[in-house]
Design a binder for this molecule. Sequence first.
Ligand SMILES: [Zn+2]
Ligand SMILES: [Zn+2]
Length: 266
Amino acid sequence: MLIERIWAANEGRNYHYLIACEETGEALAVDPLNAPAVLERARIKGWSIRQVFNTHEHRDHTGGNAAVVAATGAQVLAHAAAAARIGGVTRGLNGSDVVRIGRTVQLRCLDTPGHTRAHLCLYAEGADNRAPALFSGDTLFNAGAGNCLHGGDPQLLFDSFADPLARLPADTRVLPGHDYLVRNLGFTLDREPDNASARALAQRCAALGGEAMPTLTLAEERKINVFMRLQSPAIIEGLRRAGAIARDNPGPKEVFLALRELRNRW
Ligand SMILES: [Zn+2]
Ligand SMILES: [Zn+2]
């Protein structure tokens, strides 16, 4: 399995991905918006795009579908429940469905509602010489979680973080739909000022553009992403002092929802 990350160079800081079979050169494009950039990268790599996959229906993840399909004749894959809103979907998917690319690539759909009610992540198991990979759309960002302001539900987002995301292997590479890393690290440090991992990463990434951002693993996320640090005493105490949670010993869901709510206004 070969992966190319493509920076959309837009205000929304979108990332697109090409996933290709190294034997056949057949490729799948994840969430194309900047279609020319996606098509150009495929041309440079010598790959032929046979499928488009949308993690969810938001326009910044589907806006390049038509141009990619016009240029390549690709099939369009998306959550069955989002297909009508996306338009042009040729294969409706559900959680646990398998997407194949060429002869060698197999990806599993993970049902991850929350940012929207119909959101899928794509997951590639690890192999001998390759760590697992999670194409996490707008569910999980580096050091953050998707907002729920445009058709979502924070309770569902919590459930998606608990299962399946928390169950994935620590060495899973996280490949999100946007580069929000530096801004999200600011929120982590606001909530958890003594988080040395977050501070070091913020310093390392401050001057990098979206194109150059590092790819993090879930093990790293668990150190710097407050939405994966729901037991952190510093985070809980900070929320209590801010009046964002009522009880002294809140459960993980209460902490997650309070953080999601605070992040909307931060
Ligand atoms: Zn979105
Ligand atoms: Zn988005």
